[in-house]
Design a protein around this ligand. Structure first.
Ligand SMILES: Nc1ncnc2c1ncn2[C@@H]1O[C@H](COP(=O)(O)OP(=O)(O)O)[C@@H](O)[C@H]1O
Ligand SMILES: [Mg+2]
Length: 360
């Protein structure tokens, strides 16, 4: 066995995903869990994400809290699989992104102190995966396309769309098209924020509320002029750019109508990204929490009639755990002194071994 644990806390701030992966014969997911955040911590994460100023003490407390939550997730995964820390080669911990800025002058920082994780799990922790790519001139994101290529390559035209808080698209190589990947813009994040602020729920289960609203077309067209949508890849984004404060939502609108319009922004920005940069047809495999929003999937399929939309489950990968698996894989690569980034995706000057190693 060659066991690694991948940890991921995404921009949705729903919780921390942990995946136990065996790399001894290919890539095999053995178990996974999501350790949810409390409502108050989730709100705290959202506040930190958009706060113009952060206090150093708040940053350090956040760094520790994410590390402690990571330790709890690892312990639960070990316990229920009757494993000892010594049986795990390493943890690949993404942490939670506190700030991410695209190039030029890009930077990215993830909270979740790896020293704390190594000390309190007794397992070597590899983390800080993004900054080496940024130092080499890359975006440091998205990092999952290289993993998508490793596990989901196909002889047919195929793309992978991860709908987390932010959405990212991977165009797998086919014919004369090279590997490409970039953040398309919002995934669930804006809809989730609106649900919390105005609809008294964490997210729109199944897209039932969005299905009842009416799209406010003038708002949608205005939002689609945002600079990020006009930029060419490589590009990456985060909550700093996509939050409700920046969208100037008029007062007095029906709450469901705004939810529908935010959902349309997600669907239209994704479909345009596919049409501009993706394969003309073929499979579009979906992963991330957005796959559970049936209304959103219906909208996407209508906007992309020439593509076959399906969950990554149809290709043998559980859509809920793909990102955490990717960070187990990145740790596996780093342990072997192999590169983890795809320069064609991030724009880095070359392939780099990613992350720092914090021995057990
Ligand atoms: N049943 C569901 N219906 C609609 N949306 C869902 C459902 N389950 C999860 N989601 C969405 O998925 C999000 C979590 O997705 P996830 O892939 O974990 O994103 P991230 O990587 O940003 O944390 C939730 O915040 C919610 O918006
Ligand atoms: Mg999540």
């Amino acid at each position: 066995m060659s066991l690694f644990i991948g940890l991921m806390s995404g921009t949705s701030a729903d919780g921390l995903d942990a995946a136990l992966v065996d790399f001894s014969h290919g890539i095999r997911l053995l178990d996974a869990l999501c350790l949810p955040y409390s409502d108050s911590f989730r709100h705290h994460i959202r506040d930190l994400a958009v706060a113009p100023l952060l206090k150093p003490d708040d940053i350090m407390a956040f760094d520790r809290h994410i590390a402690q939550h990571s330790v709890s997730a690892v312990r639960e995964l070990l316990q229920r699989n009757r494993l000892q820390p010594a049986q795990i080669t390493a943890i690949g911990s993404h942490g939670h992104t506190l700030r991410h800025k695209s190039q030029p002058d890009g930077y990215s920082w993830q909270a979740g102190d790896p020293s704390w994780i190594a000390e309190h799990t007794g397992i070597t922790c590899i983390s800080d995966f993004r900054r080496r790519d940024i130092a080499a001139g890359g975006e440091g994101a998205p990092l999952v396309p290289a993993f998508h290529q490793a596990v989901l390559h196909s002889t047919q035209p195929r793309m992978v769309l991860n709908i987390g808080g932010i959405a990212n698209l991977t165009v797998l190589p086919h014919a004369d098209q090279a590997l490409l990947g970039f953040d398309t813009g919002p995934g669930n994040a804006l809809m989730d924020d609106w649900c919390r602020q105005r609809l008294n729920c964490r997210y729109d289960a199944g897209g039932a509320l969005a299905a009842q609203g009416r799209c406010r077309n003038e708002l949608l067209q205005q939002w689609l002029t945002l600079d990020y949508f006009q930029r060419q890849p490589p590009k990456s984004t985060g909550r700093e750019l996509f939050n409700l404060e920046r969208l100037a939502i008029p007062d007095g609108c029906q709450a469901e109508d705004i939810l529908t319009t935010l959902g349309e922004l997600t669907a239209v920005s994704i479909s345009r990204a596919v049409q501009e940069h993706g394969h003309a047809d073929g499979e579009l495999l979906l992963c991330g929490g957005g796959v559970h929003n049936q209304w959103l999937l219906q909208r996407l399929q209508l906007l992309l009639p020439d593509h076959r939309l399906a969950s990554t489950a149809s290709a043998g990968i559980d859509p809920d755990w793909l990102e955490a698996m990717a960070f187990a894989w990145l740790a596996f690569r780093t342990r072997q002194h192999l590169s983890g980034n795809a320069p064609a995706v991030t724009g880095a000057a070359g392939e780099r071994i990613l992350g720092g190693i914090y021995p057990a």
